[in-house]
Design a protein around this ligand. Structure first.
Ligand code: ZN
Length: 141
């Protein structure tokens, strides 16, 4: 399958049916972040139990890139320790900012977002929820 097709398929799958997506009231949001350039705005609810992410949910609205990035992020970090989640955050942000090239098999579906590094406006969309997760972990851990 051509990369463009894979990219479209993965992004659209998560955009149409985001995972761990549901209502998060303002008072229960652990962190929120927005990208005014694009209009993306997400709230994130993160719950830690015994040092692991036991629950994660996001709410809000955004473009296909930001929504699919958020959906894939929640799938990847659920059940992970704070240290593991922080490592994933820096790896993902490094990848979309063009600072590192993690192995595709390590990233899973997230690898398709590597191509946003060629579009600076899109980097913010892809990075948004990861930065919100970082803020949430700072608050909780
Ligand atoms: Zn966006």
């Amino acid at each position: 399958m051509a990369f463009e097709d894979l990219y479209r398929e993965v992004i659209l799958k998560h955009f149409k049916k985001p995972q761990n997506f549901g209502p998060v009231a303002d008072e229960e949001a652990t962190a929120e972040d927005e990208n005014p350039t694009c209009g993306d705005h997400f709230k994130l609810l993160v719950v830690l139990a015994a040092g692991r992410i036991s629950e994660i949910r996001f709410d809000g609205r955004g473009c296909a890139i930001s929504t699919s990035s958020c959906s894939m992020m929640t799938e990847r970090v659920l059940g992970k320790t704070v240290a593991e989640a922080r490592a994933m955050i820096s790896e993902f942000l490094g990848m979309v900012q063009g600072k590192c090239d993690p192995a595709d098999e390590h990233l899973g579906d997230l690898a398709v977002l590597k191509s946003v590094r060629d579009f600076p406006v899109r980097v913010k969309c892809a990075a948004l929820c990861w930065q919100a997760l970082s803020k949430a972990l700072d608050k909780l851990a």
